[in-house]
Write a protein of this length. Sequence first.
Length: 369
Amino acid sequence: MDSLHLTTAHTPTDTRIFDKEATSLAEAGFDVGLLAHDTPEEDRNGVQFVDLGSAETRIDRWRSIPRAAQAAKRLDASIYHFHDPELIPVGLYLAETTDGAVVYDVHENFGHKAAGREWIPGALTLPLAYTIPRIEEFAASRFDAIVSATDLIGRRFVQSNDRITTLHNFPRIGSLPSKTDAKARRSDDVLCYVGGLSELRGIHRSLNLLKELHDRGRDVELWALGTWRTETDERRATQFIRDHDLESYIEFPGYVDYEEMFRYLYGADIGLSLLDTAEFETAIPTKQFEYLYAGLPTLTTPLDAAIRFLPDRFRHVVPQDDTEAAADTVEVALERDYDIEAMQSLVETKYSWEAEAEKLIALYEDLLG
């Protein structure tokens, strides 16, 4: 096996891990495996799934880590490519006990993220925010390469590893459904959100926006694609929807595959990215480029790392918690015409995953060479 991707924290068909990285490597002729929990029964896109069994809770996930290490070693891959900070011990183990190259794929600033994890006691957030980056930087010196989702994330490792490749989460644009397959709407206007459903990712801001638009007499619905991050967020949202009689104006389809996601985007008018600015200050949300390729303007909070990628004419920046300002902006955006061909051309020429995949393939050729 040329490459084995490992994750215990993500779904086996995660967009970055499976749809983009593993699939692109398989298409380039590499023998690729993906080790994860609850994998599909059959291989897909030329990627061989290796199942770790079910993990119903976070504790189950952590208990599976030694098993993941042993399974990975048995598969004797030429490159071990892992995606979660909890697998750093596995990466170190594989680096010491196998001849395979080890790649750490850093999706987020995990030390900073500790403050937003509901399950982490408040007294531990600051120590973890301090400790996790130092563990990552120490371990990075033992790995053969670092892959980062943004340049800002990659810069943290320049002192500990000289082989850093940034692979932005730009949309994969090949083999997407036709716009004629767009999801049918029930309302005059449609807002759409793609991503995890949580307070920090803006689901409650989106619901407040929906209510405000209805209070103004707009016939508008919200499609929120993704899975709930906490039961608290889901209960709060459910109560809000019930209290304001919004049941007929919102749809939660859950996690959908990449092609189905674009059917929703094709049927919408505006893409929402009302993320917490402190939590996502270094993030470049993939959704914004997916919205762009689907021909949707983006309504976003002021995320400095991401805004520079989006031309002013295709995005609208609103204060984080100003629902009235967000509603004003939506009403303006719904009346404006956008150059959809220019949106798509921008993604195709500058912000497509296909260009990022070339960097991944070059890294692999270097590691295997």
